[in-house]
Design a protein around this ligand. Structure first.
Ligand code: 5GP
Ligand code: ZN
Length: 116
């Protein structure tokens, strides 16, 4: 299941520390180490999936669960009313740096649109 060279698998295995704010059977969520907004959390599946291109049909519910967890965390960190952004980057043009899919949850300031 896990990938030996994957940074986020190492966070999952507690080989690398992270401030984990949520965990269930399918996902964990933790603070982004270089936050791009006052609230910047990452929600990752426990299953190693390198990019969105590797998603299989049976993982549709898993990605839906990641979005649901992000919405619950937005409430917990009180950015649900002011607003927030969730996003999944894919490969080079999408700005993906870590090849284990992760949903960004960003909020606490007005975010620019469109992105650069
Ligand atoms: P990407 O660019 O792949 O969509 O997002 C990767 C995110 O992971 C970035 O926002 C980056 O700041 C974050 N990140 C990179 N290395 C670490 C780390 O070691 N720990 C944590 N908590 N976040 C990391
Ligand atoms: Zn991984």
């Amino acid at each position: 299941m896990e990938h030996p060279d994957c940074l986020f698998c190492k966070i999952l295995n507690k080989e690398i520390p992270a401030n984990i704010i949520y965990e269930d059977d399918f996902v964990i969520a933790f603070d982004d180490i270089y936050p791009k907004a006052p609230i910047h959390k990452l929600i990752i599946p426990k299953k190693h999936i390198a990019t969105l291109n590797e998603l299989s049909p049976k993982e549709e519910t898993l990605v839906g669960h990641m979005v649901y967890v992000a919405a619950q965390l937005a409430k917990k960190f009180e950015i649900n009313e002011s607003g927030y952004r969730t996003l999944l980057n894919c490969n080079q043009d999408g700005g993906q740096m870590v090849f284990h899919i992760h949903l960004h949850l960003l909020g606490g300031r007005s975010l620019l649109w469109p992105p650069g």
